[in-house]
Design a protein around this ligand. Structure first.
Ligand code: NAD
Ligand code: A1AUG
Length: 588
């Protein structure tokens, strides 16, 4: 059993004295806890801007440093990823409690072994420890909390940049550019922009009317009562950091259950936050069997919120479980989930074909299609089809498929065996289907890594399996429509899938853009015009979708941070009241 740290906090006001109505002395000695939040100025934040992306060109110092970081990681394999509870690293003594994170493009190599906790550890250590840590964390001034995140962003962008890129490349199979987008730029952006949103769009939002003489109206943004469960996916190191980090910035404590397929990079994010000054217990890092560990969190009476990103099926299961527990909670829990997608490129006959082809290749095949926003279906007018088809076939055939430590690789392996098998099953289904054909690709090979080659399917059936269901791999399905049936096909596309995450419209004709944007209004939370369906940037395109794609609480925006606070309106009266009657009560 780990030592439980006892808090030195005590209430700064004597509630007993207030309750008995005794006169309270005006001079009071404040204890140190009450001084914790002293803030002797209203501080302007340092300038917040997007972390500049580094290109890693041949011959650059960045490229050499990154190669050295990859080599260093490889020389230390396999890593051990502990659970971290109350600042202590927990290691299991039983090999059955270890989960293995494999290198996706070289699955014989174990990158990391995670020490998994069980439901008992969650309930008996992680939750009580977090609630204990909360008392000090929620009273820490915003300046100090913000400073921890700004420092963490700086560590990500500088000291740990190559290491966290290397961890994301080897562990999650991202090539250099994709790892740079995620683990350097987006992670630093989440940490920095969240601080800006909290200060400028939340804490500074105060009642409009403060005109009454003798009063002061104000709103404080309290963290939620209890703890928040953060459950993260494998595909973005930054998303894990944000799922845990956003509620924490707002003064909450978090139990973070990482994906077993991203455990190493996610643990590194935690280490960075701790190096930046995050106190023990504020984030409890609890790898473990998903259903049991997350179930123990959401079944607990102090459960206050779920910050989830992953598949729609898992989110729905958790939503139902939370609903079933509703009588057992102290508060209505906040439920935030960003989930799957079936994102489209919709092409109008006025589109610029090379743009369509190149944006579609990027949107579909970047990171092997393993982005929730990846392009996975296309609607192409018959008037452009020959040209689009030729461009796609030519382009896709040239895509370099391979391991990511070869920097010329564009597409690498998918994350794990289950994903490989799923992609393969859709390809086999298309090969056997009378109403579809494989235009290019269709090769799957898991002899060394989980390789699914970039694949394009064309179907004559607008409800074909691979045009409606999320696959989460490098597979695009195209439906060719009569160019003069633009509006009808937009309506068809809107109805085709249960998801509503991202969509892109390619048209140079302004009228077509207006009609397309209107008709597709509810089928995407992120809508692009003449750009690919993927690649949102924090501070530029707040991210999230509706329908089966989630609660659309927009990661990387104040909308999301607002879900982690429970505002309290405070009215302070400066004047004594000497009678209770109104002037209108006076006798005539
Ligand atoms: N909309 C977005 O912003 C967004 C972003 C990234 C990924 N995604 C989605 O995530 C999915 C891919 O990620 P993934 O494969 O890691 O998703 P996943 O749903 O398999 O796993 C997500 C997390 O949930 C946990 N989990 C799995 N089963 C669980 C259960 N029964 N109870 C509780 N927790 C459980 C996993 O261990 C992991 O930590 C895709 O569907 C993708 O579209 C969405
Ligand atoms: N930020 C991502 C989406 C996250 C999902 O995996 C994008 O690039 O669109």
């Amino acid at each position: 059993m780990l030592p439980v740290r006892t808090s030195t906090l005590s209430a700064s006001l004597s509630m007993a004295a207030i309750a008995t109505g005794r006169r309270v002395s005006h001079s009071r000695t404040l204890n140190t806890a009450a001084l914790r939040g002293a803030q002797l100025g209203f501080f302007a934040l340092p300038q917040i801007q997007n972390e500049p992306m580094r290109p890693y060109p041949v011959g650059s110092a960045d490229r050499e440093n990154l190669k050295a970081a990859i080599k260093d990681l490889r020389s230390e394999l396999p890593f051990e990823v502990p659970a971290v509870i109350n600042g202590h690293e927990l290691r299991s003594t039983s090999s059955s409690s270890l989960s293995h994170q494999l290198i996706p493009f070289e699955h014989a190599t174990v990158l990391a072994k995670s020490h998994e906790v069980d439901a008992k550890v969650v309930v008996e250590r992680a939750i009580p420890g977090a609630l204990e840590a909360k008392r000090a964390w929620e009273t820490m001034s915003f300046t100090d909390r913000a400073s921890i995140f700004l420092k963490a962003a700086d560590l990500v962008a500088n000291k740990y940049r190559y290491k966290i890129l290397a961890a994301t490349m080897l562990g999650q199979g991202k090539n250099v550019w994709q790892a740079e987008i995620d683990a350097a730029a987006e992670l630093a952006d989440f940490f920095r922009f969240n601080v800006w949103y909290a200060q400028h769009q939340i804490y500074s939002q105060q009642p409009l009317s403060n005109q009454a003489d003798g009063y002061w109206n104000r709103v404080e943004y309290r963290p939620l009562e209890g703890f928040v469960a953060a459950v993260s996916p494998f595909n973005f190191t930054a998303i894990g950091g944000n799922l845990a980090g956003a509620p924490v910035l707002m003064g909450n404590v978090v139990l973070w259950k990482p994906s077993p397929h991203a455990a190493y990079s996610n643990h590194l994010v935690l280490q960075i936050l701790r190096e930046a000054g995050l106190p023990d217990g504020v984030i409890q890092f609890v790898p473990g069997p998903a259903e049991a560990v997350v179930g123990a969190m959401v079944d607990h009476p102090d459960f206050a919120g779920l910050h989830f990103t992953g598949s729609s099926a898992v989110f729905k299961g958790l939503y139902k479980r939370i609903a079933g527990n509703i009588d057992g909670y102290k508060n209505f829990p906040r439920i935030v989930g960003e989930t799957g997608g079936k994102n489209m490129h919709f092409i109008h006959r006025s589109a610029h074909v090379p743009t369509v082809v190149n944006q579609t290749i990027r949107g579909t095949f970047e990171y092997s299609g393993q982005k929730c926003s990846a392009t996975s279906r296309m609607y192409c007018p018959d008037s452009l089809w020959d040209e689009v088809k030729e461009g796609l076939v030519e382009g896709v055939k040239k895509i370099k498929v391979g391991p990511v430590d070869d920097f010329s690789t564009f597409v690498s392996a998918v994350i794990h065996k289950a994903s490989f098998e799923k992609c393969k099953s859709y390809i086999e289904y298309a090969k056997a289907a009378p109403d579809a054909e494989i235009l290019v690709g269709g090769v799957c090979d898991d002899s060394k890594g989980y390789y699914v080659h970039p694949t394009v399917i064309v179907t004559t059936n607008p409800s074909f399996k691979s045009i409606t269901e999320e696959i989460f791999g490098p597979i695009l399905t195209i439906y060719v429509y009569p160019a003069d049936k633009y509006e009808e096909t937009l309506l068809l596309a809107d109805r085709t899938s249960s998801y509503a995450l991202t969509a892109a419209l390619f048209a140079r004709d302004r009228e077509a853009q207006i009609v397309g944007a209107e008709t597709l209004r509810n089928c995407a939370g992120n809508f692009y015009i003449n750009d690919k369906s993927t690649g949102d940037i924090v501070g530029q395109q707040p991210f999230g979708g509706s329908r089966a794609s989630g609660t659309n609480d927009k990661a990387g925006a104040a909308i999301n941070l607002l879900r982690w606070v429970s505002p309290r309106a405070v009215k302070e009266n400066f004047r004594d009241l000497s009678g209770y009657t109104y002037p209108s009560n006076a006798a005539a």
